[in-house]
Design a protein around this ligand. Structure first.
Ligand code: NAD
Length: 343
């Protein structure tokens, strides 16, 4: 019987090409302008598919994964896979894959753009200029914060939370700005302590010392609300928080309150707790730069992510080990062997 791969979003052509060559039957499910299908539609589709290729913006909960006893794999389009109940997939013997590396530099670019835009109030100044409010000298000055050493020649401190691929790419961008870089990543503590050019800090110390705090950890049980009221209280009143990781890493309500009270100077966010909803009051603040989750959004990078997700799906389809499996242990499980025995 022909194997089916379900892609419930508007995948770039370059990724579709890889899937078409696999000889699987590929079903694309989305509206004419790329509108995403509802969860109900994905649920219906999953019943009649072998491999699901969702985007990281689509939630794939336990009930969806359990609905089809013959599901062979889930190939996520995205490096973060908190949208999928990986624990359930692993229990059932279903491999899950992601798309690391190809989006590292692009996402680091966006994090850096947020550092600069938030510190120098670029969107606010742009709106002021194009709306005709700029009347020359004597008007609003959009006084910002230095990223480089500034007139007093004092290096700024960049605090990186999560020193994986993207965190390290952000560190490289900071070099041109002569920043001191401090890092918190409990999993890599020993390794980081031996590195040159960065200093390890425990979380509270990093928050106390940094002029910019940038988040690059995955969303897990441990990192959910890693930054809440207590942590925001530790930050300097002239510090800026940047989040391009996942929204729930920050307690957004506590952040709005800290920004309103001037406990920190500003925030640059690409991700939110309940996307696409924003916490009440967030969009009314003047000291924020808010983006609609576009960290990896360049045509080149999204194309390469699509190719990688497609290659992972095709490997699963061919019964091979997919290149970017996130639940490696599944391959030795009796549940997986039982599942492939039914193919
Ligand atoms: P990565 O796995 O290379 O890095 C994550 C790092 O977080 C690791 O070094 C890990 O040790 C560290 N970590 C784990 N637990 C931690 C904790 N409790 N506290 C601090 N650090 C901890 O992943 P990556 O490729 O660098 O991507 C990081 C995340 O960025 C992804 O999981 C994804 O959620 C997010 N992301 C967002 C966008 C976007 O569009 N905004 C794009 C790409 C990635």
């Amino acid at each position: 019987m022909l194997q089916k791969i379900l892609v419930p979003w508007a995948m770039p052509e370059i990724g579709r090409e890889v899937l078409r060559k696999s000889k699987a039957e590929v079903i694309f499910l989305h509206g004419p302008k790329g509108e995403l299908p509802t969860s109900k539609d994905i649920m219906k589709g999953i019943l009649n598919t072998d491999i699901l290729l969702p985007s990281a913006f689509q939630s794939i909960p336990r009930e969806m994964i359990k609905a089809n006893p013959d599901l062979r794999g889930i190939a996520n389009f995205g490096v973060g896979y908190n949208n999928i109940d990986v624990k359930c997939a692993t229990e059932l013997g279903i491999p899950v894959t992601n798309t690391p590396k190809v989006l590292t530099e692009t996402t680091a670019d966006l994090a850096w753009a947020l550092v600069m835009a938030t510190a120098r109030k670029i969107p606010q100044a742009h709106i002021h200029t194009i709306s005709g409010k700029w009347k020359g000298p004597g008007g609003k000055t959009f006084m910002g914060l230095d990223i480089g050493p500034g007139g007093s020649n004092k290096p700024k401190v960049l605090g990186i939370i999560g020193f994986g691929r993207i965190g390290q790419a952000v560190m490289r961008r900071s070099r041109g700005f002569k920043m001191k870089v401090i890092v918190y990543d409990p999993i890599k503590k020993e390794k980081i302590e031996k590195m040159r050019g960065v200093e390890y800090r425990e979380l509270d110390d990093l928050l106390r010392e940094s002029d910019f705090v940038t988040l690059h950890c995955a969303l897990t049980k441990e990192t959910q609300h890693l930054i809440g009221k207590k942590q925001l209280d530790l930050m300097k009143s002239n510090a800026i928080l940047i989040n391009t990781s996942r929204g729930p890493v920050v307690d957004e309500k506590a952040l709005v309150s800290a920004l309103k009270k001037g406990k920190i100077a500003g925030a640059g966010l690409d991700v939110y707790e309940e996307e696409p909803k924003l916490s009440p009051g967030l969009s009314k603040l003047e000291n924020v730069v808010l983006l609609p989750h576009i960290g990896s959004a360049t045509a080149d990078t999204r194309g390469q992510m699509a190719v990688l997700a497609a290659k992972n799906a095709v490997a699963i389809f061919r019964g091979k080990k997919p290149p970017n499996i996130v639940n490696q242990e599944v391959l030795d499980s009796p549940q997986y062997l039982q599942r492939i025995g039914r193919w």
